[in-house]
Design a protein around this ligand. Structure first.
Ligand code: XMP
Length: 319
């Protein structure tokens, strides 16, 4: 795959080329795409919408693993841009697929299979679309091929034929770009700053932030911790922040009673393209305030920690 570096990218030319290519590949048929609200899928949605108009069916699949108010906000933003997004509630299916799955790669696989084979497969069949637009970027491919992490949205490079496996052809307009290039394209497409400067959020969503098995209760807990953390870190400029619920429990004291409770880890990253990253030097007062607030506002949380290790060796997400 030939890389287009952000400093060499001519965003408007790139947009025109990709729009023409999508038109050409899809022809007079229908195409479908899943929008998560992240910058990659948002750019793909706009490229597809420019190329195909109402011949593109854009779906937002609510997998139950999204952040607070995320589904409603993303759908509303795109409706304002003229894109009629279809909201699909698939929470039950995702939680059922994740039940008692502990291994990180198996969790990713359970989500991939539920997404592409079950929920999306059904939508594609019902719609009659033969093409799927997807926001895979070069970093997703690099890491999957290197065997570091099986990304949610990489198939061809793993020798999986999506047409055979899932019944549709995948078009990936962003595979030559990295995140910094995608943001430039997003801005050139006229997407709101809240989108082109939005921090990355992975396809498997909050499930990447729970070690061990994923349950509704754990997701609810990490969703609250994420909302508190994102609000506190709002004034800072960083690549990505996250909170992680580890399996370990620690002893604490609440109202003079001994409790055995959860540990939440905060990670906040400086990075250019997600290939390497370093922990952000956040002011200690901000971290201490999070250390106070999270246990105070989320019952069952006893302790908050901050990640000090760079990528590599740790990856940005916990699974
Ligand atoms: P890691 O944890 O691999 O994360 O260091 C690097 C960047 O990739 C995002 N990420 C994903 N994005 N599907 C995605 O679309 C995935 O399965 C996935 N896993 C990680 C992560 O949030 C970070 O920005």
């Amino acid at each position: 795959m030939k890389e287009i570096k952000a400093n060499e990218l001519k965003a408007n030319e790139f947009i025109n080329e990709q729009v023409a290519e999508i038109k050409d590949q899809v022809g007079s048929g229908l195409a479908i795409n899943a929008l998560s609200g992240g910058v990659d899928s948002s750019v793909v949605t706009m490229l597809g919408y420019r190329a195909l108009g109402d011949k593109l069916l854009t779906c937002f699949i609510d997998n139950g693993l999204m952040r607070e108010k995320e589904s409603e906000e993303v759908v509303a933003t795109f409706r304002e841009l003229g894109v009629a997004v279809k909201l699909i509630d698939a929470q039950k299916e995702f939680f059922a697929a994740l039940e008692d799955v502990f291994d990180p790669q198996e969790k990713r696989e359970a989500i991939t299979q539920t997404f592409y084979k079950k929920v999306f497969g059904r939508l594609v069949q019902d719609s009659g679309a033969k093409h799927l637009l997807q926001g895979t970027i070069l970093t997703d491919i690099d890491e999957t091929v290197a065997g570091i992490k099986r990304q949610h949205n990489v198939f061809a490079q793993l020798g999986i034929d999506p047409e055979e496996a899932f019944g549709y052809e995948i078009i990936e307009p962003l595979v030559s770009l990295r995140k910094d290039g995608v943001r430039l394209v997003a801005e050139a497409l006229g997407l709101p700053e809240a989108i082109y400067n939005r921090q990355p959020f992975p396809g498997p969503a909050l499930a990447t932030r729970v070690t061990g098995s994923v349950t509704r209760e754990k997701i609810e807990l990490i969703r609250k911790a994420t909302a508190i953390t994102e609000a506190a870190l709002e004034p800072f400029d960083y690549f990505q922040s996250m909170t992680i619920l580890h399996q370990d429990r620690v002893t604490g004291i609440v109202n003079n009673e001994r409790r055995f409770g959860h540990v939440i880890q905060i990670r906040c990253w400086d990075s250019i393209d997600a290939r390497t990253a370093t922990p952000k030097k956040l002011p200690l007062e901000v971290l201490f305030e999070l250390g106070r607030r999270i246990p105070a506002e989320i019952p069952g949380v006893m302790q908050v920690t901050y990640n000090l290790t760079a990528k590599p060796p740790v990856t940005m997400e916990a699974i």
